[in-house]
Design a protein around this ligand. Structure first.
Ligand code: ADP
Ligand code: MG
Length: 689
């Protein structure tokens, strides 16, 4: 590393050398090149940012409705504008004393006193102080490190002659030219210089919206690092050992026995994914496959088949689910399906008593248990499998990064690796699959079992809930069951619990002859299980629940779901919740109750859910809204590596970069390595999750 900077606050940002600084790329820019009159700024209430200047003609600390600082400025045209702060320091009061000349930047809105800017950026300058001639970069930072400090350090670092060496081009010119024919791809050092200090002659708009060639270079660099790292992971996997399980046709042996015992025939889509999975299982390196299929498409039975196949080959199998309720349900179902075939099943969750846990661990390590079902307790310390050959991770995206890393380590530790099948109802758009999961094969169940009637979704105002309650009786009279989902209360578990308890009481009161149960996250797991069991067996007719039932729960006789304050839930959650009904042949209904004030986004969300049951479409809307991190549950993993690219817009670049990484790895492996360490450094660990 060259040119140590000596200012210690920057250490907090990991900016220790000129190279670190150069690679700390602006997250956005401020345009301080233009000055408007106050009249212009006031004239356009469009959420646009303006920079104006004027003299302070009033400064006052107000106490109503709460303590705040009010400042008024007047420009040369005699136009006036209020500036307002809800938090402020004495130093600010001093800076903005009567008569001071200020240059301020912010959005104008209609305030109580008149047009105002709330918390604008303020500089005290002379009226004729020159404006910056180019964009001002804004950097990501942490508390205690000011933009001014970072800007200074980076401006200095960029001048460091040592950068010519530490930022020298790794990527072979001819390879770049071949991959991107006809495109301008600047050198890395010049791209970084442009991004830190755009010059007047640069196209500032394309710098701001990240389409400038300098951005292209940086996006390419990051994507390339990520692709290389994924390809390496893939290579590593292909070099590992796993038990090769001969491909078994479903018509033979124990698999056939199992299939015959099922009360249904597999759908065409289920048979197709089975073919794909069985091919993978027959290889001598570990499978890494994602089984995708919309809510209710029948993924569990595929997991059971594969587990049985592994057990038939003398291995142990494991199924891990993100919640106890779901794990418990899998346990019951697989017991029913597989125990008659002689499969011994162990059950392991965090809530087991010490003695039970020890017994389960003993079963697992001695090989007495063929199949182990549980929560992430399965990957915790003290659990040693005798011969794990196949593992299923259900609702994979619901596991946190930490748990996935733990799992990976567990898997990395052994000599003979296990085949992995991840399952998820959240469809991953192609772009995302390519960037985040280059080392993942994907199978899709694209067909629901026959005889399902579509779920009718209704939007109902909360005021009409009385009618909804009366409507429940008609459904119950047909022998059907009902879920009543309580509103999400993000800020407070306690409040959510209270709401659930109250809703339960209110329903019990309103429907005295109906058997109504309550399940929520605070119940002990035994209590949870017993309530769920009563619902499964039909002893409970209405189940009042929090989102603990969100994933996986399968009670085909439930045909009506009411979701309170549906506007508080996101796309994926509503889709998952709704998927709890419509699992039998009965016509199913999902009622989305909504409160008074609906934001535009919430309106659109509920309308989309009303109009479609297509999980893929819903996931795309969700992606557009929230970005890939949340969708994949990888907020801190893959996401962190791709800070500058809009995956939706730059799909072409992803494809090109993938080609480039393949070419690099096969022809210039050392360059690939250098590139990777320049960009990833310590972040590489996260990618493995
Ligand atoms: P998911 O894909 O959401 O995990 P499940 O595996 O829970 O779905 O399956 C939903 C329901 O459909 C279960 O009751 C399951 O037994 C049933 N099922 C699965 N496959 C079929 C099929 N081929 N025909 C009829 N019902 C099926
Ligand atoms: Mg499932």
């Amino acid at each position: 590393m060259t040119g140590k900077t000596n200012s210690s606050p920057l250490d907090k940002l990991g900016l220790r050398s000129s190279l670190d600084c150069a690679l700390h790329i602006p997250i956005r820019y401020e345009d301080e090149t233009k000055l408007s009159t106050i009249a212009e700024a006031i004239g356009s209430f469009g959420g646009l940012t303006y920079q104006v200047q004027g003299y302070v003609i009033r400064q006052e600390v107000m106490f109503r409705p709460r303590r705040q600082l009010l400042v008024q400025i007047r420009d040369d045209d005699g136009q006036e504008l209020f500036l307002r702060w809800l938090n402020f320091y004495p130093s600010q009061q001093k800076q903005m004393s009567m008569g001071a000349h200020l240059r301020v930047r912010g959005e104008v809105r209609d305030g109580y006193y008149g047009p105002e800017m709330v918390h604008p950026v303020v500089k005290a300058v002379t009226p004729d102080a020159p404006l910056p001639s180019t964009l001002t970069p804004v950097y990501s930072t942490v508390a205690g490190v000011s933009q001014t400090l970072i800007r200074k350090a980076i401006a200095k670092a960029i001048q460091d002659p040592g950068l010519q060496i530490s930022l020298k081009e790794f990527l072979p010119n001819e390879l770049i030219a071949k991959t991107f024919p006809g495109l301008t791809i600047p050198t890395l050092i010049s791209a970084l210089q442009t991004l830190h200090q755009p010059s007047k002659s640069d196209d500032l708009e394309s710098i701001q919206n990240r389409t400038h060639p300098a951005w292209r270079r940086v996006q390419l660099e990051e994507l390339l690092a990520q692709q290389i790292s994924l390809q390496q992971a893939r290579q590593k996997r292909l070099n590992r050992q796993a038990v090769s399980m001969s491909p078994a046709p479903l018509e033979r042996g124990v698999l056939n026995q199992f299939i015959k015992s099922l009360p249904f025939d597999l759908t065409g889509a289920q048979k197709k994914v089975w073919q794909e999975i069985i091919q993978d299982l027959s290889r001598a390196y570990p499978m890494n496959r994602l089984l995708q299929g919309d809510v209710g498409s029948g993924k569990t039975v595929i997991a059971a088949l594969a587990a049985l196949h592994a057990i038939d080959h003398g291995c142990q199998a494991a199924i891990m689910a993100p919640t106890e309720i779901l794990a418990e349900q899998h346990y019951r179902k697989l017991k029913l399906w597989l125990e008659p075939l002689g499969v011994k099943i162990a059950w392991l969750t965090g809530s087991l008593k010490v003695k039970e846990k020890r017994e389960a661990q003993e079963q697992i390590s001695s090989g007495g248990a063929h199949l182990v079902i549980g929560t992430h307790a399965l990957i915790q310390e003290g659990v040693e499998f005798a011969k794990l050959g196949f593992a299923v991770i259900d609702e994979q995206h619901r596991f946190g990064v930490k748990q996935r890393l733990q799992l990976q380590q567990k898997i990395d530790d052994v000599e003979v690796h296990c085949h992995q099948l991840m399952m998820s109802a959240t469809p991953i758009p192609r772009t995302l699959a390519m960037t985040f999961y280059a080392d993942l094969e994907v199978s899709v169940i694209d067909e629901l079992p026959p005889g399902r009637s579509p779920i009718v979704t209704k939007l109902v105002k909360n005021e009409r809930r009385q009618e909804v309650v009366s409507g429940l009786l008609a459904e119950l009279a047909k022998g059907r069951q009902v879920y009543w989902v309580c509103p999400l209360i993000e800020e407070s578990d306690t409040l959510q619990l209270k709401t659930a308890v109250e809703t339960h009481e209110a329903l019990v009161k309103a429907l005295p002859n109906v058997k109504i149960g309550l399940v929520h996250g605070r119940l002990k797991s035994q209590e949870k299980n017993s309530v769920m069991q009563s619902f499964v067996s039909g002893d409970i007719q209405i189940l009042v629940a929090t989102t603990v039932i969100e994933v996986g729960v399968d009670v085909p006789n439930a045909s009506l779901m009411v979701i309170e304050h549906a506007e508080r839930f996101g796309y994926a959650q509503l889709h998952q919740l709704r998927g709890r009904v419509g699992r039998g042949s009965a016509e199913s209904v999902c009622i989305l109750l909504y409160g008074q004030e609906l934001s535009l986004a919430a309106k659109e969300r509920l309308q989309t859910l009303k109009e479609t049951q297509d999980g893929f479409l819903i996931a795309e809307r969700d992606l557009a809204l929230r970005g890939p991190g949340e969708l994949l549950g990888s907020k801190q993993s893959g996401d962190a590596m791709l800070r500058f690219i809009d995956l939706q817009k730059e799909q072409w670049l992803i494809e090109k970069t993938q080609q480039l990484s393949v070419a690099l790895l096969s022809n210039y492996p050392e360059i690939a390595e250098q590139h990777l360490s320049r960009w990833l450094g310590s972040r590489a660990e996260y990618l493995k999750a």
